[in-house]
Design a protein. Structure first.
Length: 87
């Protein structure tokens, strides 16, 4: 989610009870993002246009009220551990 109003609307609609909600943005460099998306395009899981749209949105993540987790040099398990440990 690249817009704060989208995040805020979803959080507003959640019945979180006694839960604390953490907003975390997984970010990486433009080069890494291109490489990851290209792999998906080549595998047929995404279409070519996703690359341009995603690159255009990189700067929007800086404005979000979220914890930024740089996932450039980590795998999914390491990111999950980061989140579980409370960022």
């Amino acid at each position: 989610m690249h817009e704060q109003n989208i995040i805020d609307d979803i959080i507003f609609r959640l019945d979180a009870g006694n839960c604390k909600i953490h907003v975390i943005s997984l970010v990486c460099s433009e080069q890494a993002l291109r490489k990851r998306l290209r792999k998906d395009v080549n595998a047929g899981t995404r279409t070519e246009d996703v690359i341009g749209r995603s690159i255009e949105r990189i700067s929007l993540y800086e404005r979000l009220s979220s914890v930024k987790a740089d996932v450039l040099e980590v795998d999914a398990e390491q990111v999950a551990d980061f989140i579980v440990r409370g960022c």
